[in-house]
Design a protein around this ligand. Structure first.
Ligand code: DX5
Ligand code: ZN
Length: 211
C-alpha cells in the first residue's frame, strides 16, 4: 500500500499546530516539510526553527525536502530540528556522495530529489548510499501545479534501476486521486500531497481517496 505524506505548504499556515494534529489524526503516514530558500527555487518557506517547533505535536516521521542551494550547509540544522528523512536535490548538491554520507552518519535516512528534466541514471553510482528517491512531478517551488505525465516513465525506470535495494520511491507535485493511482501503478511507495489533502475540511477522506 502506498504511503501518504501531506505537505504542510498547503495547510493553514496561521494554524499549523492544529493542522499537523488534524492530518496526523486523519491517517497521514509522514509529514512532508518543503524548505525553500528563494535561490534554488523562486519561493521562500520556513526553516529549522519551525520544524523544531512542530516536532512535539505529532509522532509522524518528518520528511524534510530541501529545495535550497548548498544543501550540505543546512543538513545539520535539520538533523538538530528533528528530521527523520533529509532529501537534497541532485541538481543542487555539488558533492552528492559526501552529503548523502553526512545525512546517514547523522542517523537519518538520505534522499535525493530529481527535477522533471533530470534523468534517473545520474544516481547510478550512489544507489548504495541512499534510502529514498524523490521524483519531482512538477517544477519545484509552488504547490497547486499540474502533474507532468512524463515522470511516470521515470518512476518505472527508477523502479527497475533500484532492483532489490531497499530504496523507497517518493513522488511530489500534482498528486490527486487520479495521478496517485498512476504513480502507484508505476512503482511509487510514497506520495506527497499538499492541495489534495488540505482542501475542504475532511482530511481523512482526502487521504483515503489518494490511497
Ligand atoms: C513543490 C513542493 C511540493 C508541493 C506539492 O515544490 O515540493 O511538496 O507542496 O503541492 P501539491 O500537492 O499542491 O502539488
Ligand atoms: Zn516537496
Amino acid at each position: 500500500m502506498v504511503l501518504i505524506a501531506p505537505s504542510i505548504l498547503a495547510a493553514d499556515l496561521a494554524n499549523l499546530k492544529s493542522e499537523v494534529e488534524a492530518v496526523t489524526a486523519a491517517g497521514a503516514d509522514m509529514l512532508h516539510l518543503d524548505i525553500m530558500d528563494g535561490h534554488y527555487v523562486p519561493n521562500l518557506t520556513f526553516g529549522p526553527g519551525l520544524v523544531k517547533t512542530l516536532r512535539p505535536y505529532t509522532r509522524l516521521p518528518f520528511d524534510v525536502h530541501l529545495m535550497v542551494t548548498e544543501p550540505e550547509v543546512m543538513v545539520p540544522w535539520f538533523v538538530d530540528a528533528g528530521a527523520d528523512i533529509i532529501t537534497v536535490h541532485y541538481e543542487a548538491a555539488v558533492h552528492l556522495d559526501r552529503t548523502l554520507a553526512e545525512i546517514r552518519n547523522a542517523g537519518k535516512k538520505a534522499g535525493v530529489s530529481l527535477n522533471p528534466a533530470t534523468p534517473e541514471n545520474v544516481l547510478e553510482y550512489v544507489l548504495d548510499k541512499l534510502d529514498l528517491i524523490l521524483v519531482m512531478s512538477v517544477n519545484p517551488g509552488f504547490g497547486g501545479q499540474s502533474f507532468i505525465p512524463s515522470q511516470l516513465e521515470k518512476i518505472q525506470r527508477i523502479k527497475s534501476m533500484i532492483g532489490s535495494r531497499n530504496i523507497q520511491i517518493e513522488v511530489d507535485g500534482g498528486i490527486n486521486p487520479m495521478t496517485a493511482a498512476e504513480c502507484a501503478a508505476a512503482g511509487a511507495d510514497i506520495l506527497v500531497a499538499g492541495t489534495s489533502v488540505f482542501s475542504g475540511g475532511d482530511y481523512r477522506k482526502n487521504i483515503e481517496a489518494l490511497r
